[in-house]
Design a protein around this ligand. Structure first.
Ligand SMILES: O=C(O)c1ccc[n+]([C@@H]2O[C@H](COP(=O)([O-])O)[C@@H](O)[C@H]2O)c1
Ligand SMILES: Cc1cc2nc[nH]c2cc1C
Length: 374
C-alpha cells in the first residue's frame, strides 16, 4: 500500500499551471497584487490538473492521537493521560479545534493511532465516554460537521522511549503510515476536497524535534522548542534528550521509515501517510504545526513530489517548524504565534486557501468587465 501510494504521486501539471498564470494576468487587479495567493492558486491548478481548480470545500480535519515513551524523560510538564482526555474532549466537541472546525465548516475525524490508555467501553457513562461511544458507533455522524468521528486504528499503545531504544519497529512505523494513507482515502472518498492535519499527543514535540534534526541536519538546539511551555531548565534538558536520541540512533535521512521508527511517533508516521495519500489522490492538505511539518519532511523524503499537495497553514511558534518549512520550500499563510496543535492554525488558514481559488472562479477579466488596462 505504501509503495503503490508513492508510485501514484507525480509532479504538478504544467499546462494547468500556465493556464492559471495566464488567467491571473487578465483578472481585474494589478498583476501580482494578490501576492502569495496567486502562487497558491497556480499550484492548486497544477495539483488538480485543471484551471480553475475545485474550491477546497468541504474540508476534513484528521486528528491523529498518540503517546510517547520519551514522556518518561520529563520533557513536558503534562501527564500522559491528557492525551486520552483530550481525545474525549475532541469527540464531545469541546476543544479549540472543534470551535474552529465548526467555523470553517470542516468535519472532524479523531484517529487513535497510538494512545496509551484504552478508550472507554460502552459501559462508560462519563460525558466524554458517552460521546466517544456515540462517535464510535455513529456511522450516521460520518461526514457531518457537528459530529466528530472516532477511528480506532491503534497500532501500539504508545511508542518506546527513544533515548533507550528505537521508538517503533520498522513494521510498526509502516503500519502507522498506512493508517494515514487509509484515512486520507476514506475522507476523500467521503467527499473531502481538502484535508487538514491535526495531532494530539503529550510529549510529541520531542519526537517532532528529533525528526526535524534528522531530516534537515540542524543541531538539536535549533530543532527543539518549548512545546506546551517548559521552563528554562526543562528546555535545556529537552534539547539534551533530543541530542541523546540522535546520537544513539544516527538516523539516516535517506531511509525515512527508519527515521520514523528510530525517533518518531505514531501520530507523526500516520500524518506522513495522510500527506502521501492526499498527494496520490491530488487533493491539497493544509499543514498545521511542528508535528505536521516534521511528518511532511518524512513524506517529502519518501516522495519529493508530495510537497506539491502541501500548503503550510501557519508558522508555529516552535522554532523547528521554521527549520522544516524552509527545507520544504513552503511559506506559511498566517503567523499568529500559535503553538496549540490539533489542526487549529491550519483551520484558521482555510479561508485564505478558499479565497485564492475563488478568485480564479469568480473575478471578472479586464475584457469582460470593460476595465481599461495600463
Ligand atoms: O502544533 C504545534 O506547533 C504545537 C506546538 C506545541 C505543542 N503542541 C501540542 O502540545 C502537545 C505536545 O507538547 P509537549 O510539550 O507535551 O511536547 C501536543 O498535543 C501538540 O499537539 C503543538
Ligand atoms: C490542554 C492541552 C490541549 C492540547 N491540545 C493539543 N495539545 C494539547 C496539550 C494540552 C496540555
Amino acid at each position: 500500500m505504501l509503495e503503490t501510494t508513492i508510485a501514484a504521486i507525480g509532479p504538478l501539471d504544467e499546462a494547468a499551471m500556465s493556464t492559471a498564470r495566464q488567467l491571473q494576468t487578465r483578472l481585474t487587479k494589478p498583476a501580482g497584487s494578490l501576492g502569495l495567493l496567486e502562487e497558491l492558486s497556480v499550484r492548486l491548478a497544477g495539483l488538480a490538473g485543471t484551471c480553475p481548480p475545485p474550491l477546497p470545500s468541504p474540508a476534513a480535519v484528521a486528528i491523529f492521537a498518540g503517546d510517547h515513551g520519551v514522556h518518561a524523560q520529563r520533557v513536558t510538564p503534562w501527564p500522559q493521560e491528557v492525551t486520552v482526555q483530550m481525545v474525549g474532549n475532541f469527540l464531545a466537541g469541546g476543544a479549540v479545534v472543534n470551535a474552529f472546525a465548526r467555523q470553517a465548516g470542516a468535519t472532524v475525524t479523531v484517529v487513535d493511532v497510538g494512545v496509551a490508555t484504552p478508550l472507554p467501553t460502552p459501559d462508560d457513562h462519563s460525558p466524554a465516554g458517552d460521546a466517544r461511544v456515540a462517535a464510535r458507533g455513529g456511522v450516521s455522524g460520518h461526514g457531518r460537521v457537528d459530529v466528530p468521528r472516532l477511528v480506532d486504528a491503534n497500532v501500539r499503545r504508545g511508542t518506546r522511549d527513544m533515548t533507550v531504544t528505537a521508538a517503533l519497529t520498522r513494521d510498526e512505523a509502516r503500519s502507522a503510515v498506512e493508517v494515514g494513507i487509509r484515512i486520507a482515502g476514506e475522507l476523500i472518498d467521503g467527499g473531502a476536497a481538502l484535508l487538514v492535519t491535526g495531532d494530539m499527543g503529550i510529549a510529541n514535540t520531542t519526537p517532532a524535534a528529533a525528526l526535524i534534526a534528522a531530516f534537515t541536519g540542524v543541531d538539536a538546539a535549533e530543532a527543539t522548542g518549548r512545546g506546551t511551555g517548559v521552563d528554562d531548565p526543562t528546555y535545556q534538558h529537552k534539547i539534551e534528550v533530543v541530542r541523546a536520541a540522535l546520537l544513539r540512533h544516527t538516523p539516516d535521512p535517506t531511509d525515512p521509515l527508519g527515521v520514523l521508527a528510530a525517533v518518531g511517533g505514531l501520530e507523526h508516521a500516520a500524518l506522513t501517510g495522510l500527506l502521501l495519500g492526499a498527494a496520490a489522490r491530488r487533493v491539497p492538505v493544509l499543514l498545521d504545526g511542528v508535528i505536521a511539518v516534521s511528518a511532511a519532511l518524512a513524506a517529502a523524503a519518501l516522495a519529493p513530489d508530495a510537497v506539491g499537495a502541501m500548503i503550510a497553514g501557519h508558522r508555529s511558534a516552535e522554532p523547528g517548524a521554521t527549520v522544516a518549512l524552509r527545507q520544504l520550500g513552503l511559506t506559511p499563510l498566517i503567523d499568529l504565534g500559535l503553538r496549540l496543535g490539533e489542526g487549529t492554525g491550519a483551520l484558521l488558514a482555510l479561508p485564505v486557501v478558499t479565497g485564492a481559488v475563488r478568485v480564479l472562479h469568480e473575478v471578472a477579466t479586464f475584457d469582460s468587465a470593460g476595465v481599461a488596462e495600463k
